[in-house]
Design a protein around this ligand. Structure first.
Ligand code: SAM
Length: 286
Protein backbone atom coordinates (compact mmCIF):
# COMPACT_ATOMS: atom_id res chain seq x y z
CA UNK A 1 0.00 0.00 0.00
CA UNK A 2 1.24 3.48 -0.76
CA UNK A 3 0.28 6.31 1.54
CA UNK A 4 -0.82 9.68 0.27
CA UNK A 5 1.43 11.58 2.63
CA UNK A 6 0.92 14.92 0.86
CA UNK A 7 -2.86 14.73 1.00
CA UNK A 8 -4.11 16.61 4.09
CA UNK A 9 -7.22 14.51 4.62
CA UNK A 10 -5.32 11.23 4.19
CA UNK A 11 -2.67 12.49 6.64
CA UNK A 12 -5.31 13.57 9.15
CA UNK A 13 -7.01 10.18 9.10
CA UNK A 14 -3.67 8.34 9.36
CA UNK A 15 -2.76 10.43 12.39
CA UNK A 16 -6.22 10.09 13.94
CA UNK A 17 -6.02 6.32 13.58
CA UNK A 18 -2.80 6.43 15.62
CA UNK A 19 -4.22 8.89 18.14
CA UNK A 20 -1.47 11.35 17.25
CA UNK A 21 -1.70 15.05 18.07
CA UNK A 22 0.87 17.65 16.94
CA UNK A 23 3.47 18.86 19.40
CA UNK A 24 4.26 22.51 18.88
CA UNK A 25 7.31 22.34 21.14
CA UNK A 26 8.88 19.64 18.93
CA UNK A 27 8.41 21.83 15.86
CA UNK A 28 5.96 19.42 14.25
CA UNK A 29 4.75 20.94 10.99
CA UNK A 30 4.48 18.26 8.35
CA UNK A 31 4.91 18.94 4.65
CA UNK A 32 1.79 18.49 2.53
CA UNK A 33 2.95 20.27 -0.64
CA UNK A 34 3.56 17.35 -3.04
CA UNK A 35 6.32 19.05 -5.04
CA UNK A 36 8.64 19.92 -2.14
CA UNK A 37 9.91 16.49 -0.99
CA UNK A 38 10.73 15.10 -4.46
CA UNK A 39 12.62 18.30 -5.18
CA UNK A 40 14.59 18.17 -1.92
CA UNK A 41 15.37 14.50 -2.52
CA UNK A 42 16.57 15.27 -6.06
CA UNK A 43 18.74 18.22 -5.06
CA UNK A 44 20.33 16.76 -1.91
CA UNK A 45 22.45 14.30 -3.87
CA UNK A 46 20.60 11.10 -2.92
CA UNK A 47 21.36 8.42 -5.46
CA UNK A 48 22.71 4.91 -5.92
CA UNK A 49 25.59 4.34 -3.51
CA UNK A 50 24.51 7.23 -1.27
CA UNK A 51 23.48 7.08 2.35
CA UNK A 52 21.11 9.78 3.58
CA UNK A 53 20.84 10.90 7.17
CA UNK A 54 17.49 12.52 7.87
CA UNK A 55 16.62 14.51 10.98
CA UNK A 56 12.99 14.44 12.12
CA UNK A 57 11.12 12.29 9.58
CA UNK A 58 7.67 13.08 11.03
CA UNK A 59 5.34 10.72 9.18
CA UNK A 60 7.95 9.94 6.51
CA UNK A 61 6.85 12.14 3.60
CA UNK A 62 10.44 13.14 2.75
CA UNK A 63 11.86 9.78 3.89
CA UNK A 64 9.92 7.92 1.20
CA UNK A 65 11.30 10.19 -1.55
CA UNK A 66 14.82 9.73 -0.21
CA UNK A 67 14.42 5.95 0.03
CA UNK A 68 13.32 5.79 -3.62
CA UNK A 69 16.61 7.36 -4.70
CA UNK A 70 19.31 6.54 -2.13
CA UNK A 71 20.92 3.26 -1.21
CA UNK A 72 19.94 3.68 2.42
CA UNK A 73 18.17 6.25 4.60
CA UNK A 74 18.53 6.54 8.35
CA UNK A 75 16.09 8.93 10.03
CA UNK A 76 16.50 10.16 13.60
CA UNK A 77 13.14 10.89 15.23
CA UNK A 78 12.79 12.00 18.85
CA UNK A 79 9.03 11.54 19.22
CA UNK A 80 8.23 7.92 20.12
CA UNK A 81 4.58 8.41 19.14
CA UNK A 82 5.65 8.64 15.48
CA UNK A 83 7.37 5.23 15.45
CA UNK A 84 4.22 3.16 14.78
CA UNK A 85 3.19 5.64 12.08
CA UNK A 86 6.60 5.43 10.40
CA UNK A 87 6.56 1.64 10.69
CA UNK A 88 3.42 1.72 8.61
CA UNK A 89 4.30 4.42 6.06
CA UNK A 90 7.83 3.10 5.43
CA UNK A 91 6.67 -0.52 5.15
CA UNK A 92 7.45 -0.66 1.43
CA UNK A 93 10.93 0.77 1.87
CA UNK A 94 13.25 -1.76 3.50
CA UNK A 95 16.22 0.57 2.90
CA UNK A 96 14.75 3.16 5.32
CA UNK A 97 15.55 2.83 9.00
CA UNK A 98 14.26 4.90 11.90
CA UNK A 99 16.35 5.58 14.98
CA UNK A 100 14.48 6.86 18.03
CA UNK A 101 16.85 9.41 19.49
CA UNK A 102 17.64 13.09 19.96
CA UNK A 103 19.75 14.41 17.08
CA UNK A 104 21.64 16.62 19.52
CA UNK A 105 22.61 13.68 21.74
CA UNK A 106 23.03 10.61 19.53
CA UNK A 107 26.59 9.46 18.74
CA UNK A 108 26.67 10.53 15.10
CA UNK A 109 30.22 9.46 14.35
CA UNK A 110 29.38 5.92 15.34
CA UNK A 111 25.97 5.93 13.70
CA UNK A 112 27.41 7.02 10.35
CA UNK A 113 30.16 4.45 10.59
CA UNK A 114 27.79 1.61 11.43
CA UNK A 115 24.98 2.48 9.03
CA UNK A 116 26.74 3.87 5.96
CA UNK A 117 29.97 1.90 5.56
CA UNK A 118 31.36 2.42 2.06
CA UNK A 119 28.74 5.00 1.04
CA UNK A 120 28.88 8.71 0.35
CA UNK A 121 26.75 10.40 2.99
CA UNK A 122 24.51 13.45 2.69
CA UNK A 123 22.04 14.99 5.11
CA UNK A 124 18.53 15.92 4.05
CA UNK A 125 15.94 17.26 6.48
CA UNK A 126 13.02 19.51 7.15
CA UNK A 127 14.49 20.63 10.46
CA UNK A 128 12.61 21.26 13.68
CA UNK A 129 13.06 25.04 13.77
CA UNK A 130 13.64 25.39 17.51
CA UNK A 131 17.06 23.74 17.08
CA UNK A 132 18.08 24.85 13.55
CA UNK A 133 21.47 26.36 14.41
CA UNK A 134 22.53 23.79 17.04
CA UNK A 135 21.76 20.92 14.63
CA UNK A 136 23.58 22.50 11.70
CA UNK A 137 26.55 23.47 13.84
CA UNK A 138 26.76 20.00 15.37
CA UNK A 139 26.73 18.38 11.93
CA UNK A 140 29.48 20.71 10.71
CA UNK A 141 31.72 21.03 13.79
CA UNK A 142 32.15 17.34 14.44
CA UNK A 143 33.80 16.96 11.05
CA UNK A 144 31.59 14.02 10.20
CA UNK A 145 32.09 12.31 6.84
CA UNK A 146 29.19 14.21 5.27
CA UNK A 147 29.34 15.72 1.77
CA UNK A 148 26.44 18.14 1.93
CA UNK A 149 23.48 19.21 4.04
CA UNK A 150 20.21 20.06 2.31
CA UNK A 151 17.89 21.47 4.94
CA UNK A 152 14.65 23.35 5.17
CA UNK A 153 14.85 26.17 7.68
CA UNK A 154 12.90 29.29 8.57
CA UNK A 155 13.29 31.93 5.84
CA UNK A 156 15.03 34.41 8.17
CA UNK A 157 17.42 31.70 9.38
CA UNK A 158 18.29 30.87 5.76
CA UNK A 159 19.16 34.50 5.07
CA UNK A 160 21.40 34.58 8.12
CA UNK A 161 23.05 31.22 7.45
CA UNK A 162 23.84 32.07 3.82
CA UNK A 163 24.92 35.72 4.31
CA UNK A 164 28.52 36.19 3.19
CA UNK A 165 30.92 37.87 5.62
CA UNK A 166 31.15 41.59 4.92
CA UNK A 167 27.37 42.00 4.48
CA UNK A 168 24.69 43.40 6.77
CA UNK A 169 22.93 40.08 7.34
CA UNK A 170 26.14 38.31 8.41
CA UNK A 171 26.34 37.09 12.00
CA UNK A 172 28.56 34.81 14.05
CA UNK A 173 26.66 31.76 12.81
CA UNK A 174 27.12 32.83 9.16
CA UNK A 175 30.88 32.99 9.66
CA UNK A 176 30.86 29.60 11.39
CA UNK A 177 28.78 27.97 8.65
CA UNK A 178 30.96 29.43 5.92
CA UNK A 179 34.10 28.28 7.64
CA UNK A 180 32.93 24.68 7.20
CA UNK A 181 30.72 24.84 4.12
CA UNK A 182 29.65 26.69 1.01
CA UNK A 183 26.01 27.65 1.47
CA UNK A 184 23.43 28.41 -1.18
CA UNK A 185 19.71 28.98 -1.34
CA UNK A 186 17.78 26.36 -3.34
CA UNK A 187 14.11 27.40 -3.15
CA UNK A 188 11.36 28.98 -1.07
CA UNK A 189 8.48 27.15 0.60
CA UNK A 190 5.39 29.01 1.80
CA UNK A 191 3.76 28.41 5.19
CA UNK A 192 0.70 26.95 3.47
CA UNK A 193 2.78 23.91 2.46
CA UNK A 194 2.56 22.51 6.00
CA UNK A 195 0.07 20.83 8.29
CA UNK A 196 -0.51 22.65 10.57
CA UNK A 197 0.76 25.86 8.89
CA UNK A 198 3.48 27.62 10.92
CA UNK A 199 3.67 31.40 11.35
CA UNK A 200 6.72 31.70 9.12
CA UNK A 201 7.79 30.91 5.58
CA UNK A 202 10.64 28.52 4.88
CA UNK A 203 13.64 28.16 2.60
CA UNK A 204 15.54 25.10 1.48
CA UNK A 205 19.30 25.64 1.54
CA UNK A 206 22.20 23.44 0.66
CA UNK A 207 25.54 23.51 2.46
CA UNK A 208 28.35 21.82 0.57
CA UNK A 209 30.94 20.78 3.12
CA UNK A 210 34.41 22.11 2.32
CA UNK A 211 37.42 19.84 2.27
CA UNK A 212 39.49 22.65 3.73
CA UNK A 213 38.42 25.80 5.58
CA UNK A 214 38.75 28.90 3.33
CA UNK A 215 41.17 30.51 5.80
CA UNK A 216 43.88 29.30 8.14
CA UNK A 217 43.56 29.94 11.87
CA UNK A 218 45.98 28.47 14.40
CA UNK A 219 43.26 27.83 16.97
CA UNK A 220 39.65 27.38 15.87
CA UNK A 221 38.22 27.71 19.36
CA UNK A 222 39.82 31.13 19.76
CA UNK A 223 38.76 32.19 16.29
CA UNK A 224 35.12 31.40 17.00
CA UNK A 225 35.36 33.12 20.39
CA UNK A 226 36.59 36.25 18.59
CA UNK A 227 33.82 36.00 15.99
CA UNK A 228 31.24 35.64 18.74
CA UNK A 229 32.63 38.66 20.58
CA UNK A 230 32.79 40.74 17.40
CA UNK A 231 29.19 40.01 16.37
CA UNK A 232 27.86 39.80 19.93
CA UNK A 233 27.67 43.57 20.10
CA UNK A 234 27.36 44.31 16.43
CA UNK A 235 26.69 48.01 16.79
CA UNK A 236 29.95 48.54 18.64
CA UNK A 237 33.24 49.09 16.89
CA UNK A 238 35.38 46.00 16.40
CA UNK A 239 37.83 47.50 18.91
CA UNK A 240 35.26 47.84 21.70
CA UNK A 241 33.35 44.64 20.96
CA UNK A 242 36.45 42.44 20.89
CA UNK A 243 38.11 44.12 23.83
CA UNK A 244 34.99 43.75 26.01
CA UNK A 245 34.00 40.33 24.71
CA UNK A 246 37.40 38.69 25.12
CA UNK A 247 38.59 40.80 28.09
CA UNK A 248 41.68 41.92 26.18
CA UNK A 249 43.03 45.46 26.85
CA UNK A 250 41.99 47.98 24.20
CA UNK A 251 45.55 48.88 23.39
CA UNK A 252 46.34 45.28 22.53
CA UNK A 253 43.26 45.00 20.28
CA UNK A 254 44.10 48.32 18.68
CA UNK A 255 47.64 47.15 17.88
CA UNK A 256 46.25 43.89 16.52
CA UNK A 257 43.92 45.87 14.23
CA UNK A 258 46.90 47.77 12.88
CA UNK A 259 48.86 44.55 12.32
CA UNK A 260 45.84 43.01 10.56
CA UNK A 261 45.25 46.12 8.45
CA UNK A 262 41.76 46.72 9.87
CA UNK A 263 40.26 49.99 10.99
CA UNK A 264 39.52 49.75 14.73
CA UNK A 265 36.27 51.63 14.13
CA UNK A 266 34.97 49.08 11.61
CA UNK A 267 31.93 47.00 12.57
CA UNK A 268 32.06 43.19 12.50
CA UNK A 269 29.63 43.00 9.59
CA UNK A 270 32.07 44.97 7.42
CA UNK A 271 34.90 42.47 7.82
CA UNK A 272 35.74 39.58 5.56
CA UNK A 273 36.56 36.10 6.83
CA UNK A 274 40.23 36.78 6.00
CA UNK A 275 40.21 39.99 8.04
CA UNK A 276 38.61 38.27 11.02
CA UNK A 277 41.24 35.54 10.81
CA UNK A 278 44.04 38.09 10.53
CA UNK A 279 42.73 39.89 13.60
CA UNK A 280 42.58 36.64 15.52
CA UNK A 281 46.18 35.79 14.60
CA UNK A 282 47.37 39.31 15.47
CA UNK A 283 45.77 39.22 18.94
CA UNK A 284 47.20 35.79 19.67
CA UNK A 285 50.72 36.64 18.65
CA UNK A 286 50.95 39.46 21.22
N1 SAM B 1 10.18 15.55 7.85
C1 SAM B 1 8.79 15.75 8.23
C2 SAM B 1 8.09 16.60 7.19
O1 SAM B 1 8.79 17.28 6.43
O2 SAM B 1 6.87 16.58 7.15
C3 SAM B 1 8.66 16.39 9.63
C4 SAM B 1 9.38 17.69 9.82
S1 SAM B 1 8.96 18.50 11.35
C5 SAM B 1 9.31 20.19 10.88
C6 SAM B 1 10.32 18.19 12.46
C7 SAM B 1 10.44 16.76 13.01
O3 SAM B 1 11.58 16.69 13.88
C8 SAM B 1 9.26 16.28 13.83
O4 SAM B 1 8.89 14.99 13.41
C9 SAM B 1 9.79 16.24 15.28
O5 SAM B 1 9.17 15.27 16.09
C10 SAM B 1 11.27 15.94 15.04
N2 SAM B 1 12.18 16.39 16.11
C11 SAM B 1 12.03 17.44 16.93
N3 SAM B 1 13.08 17.55 17.76
C12 SAM B 1 13.94 16.54 17.45
C13 SAM B 1 15.22 16.13 17.97
N4 SAM B 1 15.82 16.80 18.96
N5 SAM B 1 15.81 15.04 17.41
C14 SAM B 1 15.20 14.36 16.40
N6 SAM B 1 14.01 14.72 15.87
C15 SAM B 1 13.37 15.79 16.39
Amino acid sequence: ETYRLSDPSAVKSLLARHGFTFSKSLGQNFLINPSVCPRMAEECGAGPGTGVLEVGPGIGVLTVELAKRAEKVVSIELDKRLLPVLHETLGNHPNAKVVNDDVLKVDLQRLLQEEFAGMDVVVCANLPYYITSPVIMRLLEERLPIRALTVMVQKEAAQRLCAPPGTRACGAVSVAVQYYAEPRVLFQVSRGSFLPPPNVDSTVIRLDVREQPPIYVPDERRFFALVKAAFGQRRKTILNAVSAGLSVPKEQVSNACTTAGISPTARAEQLSMEQLAALCCAIESK
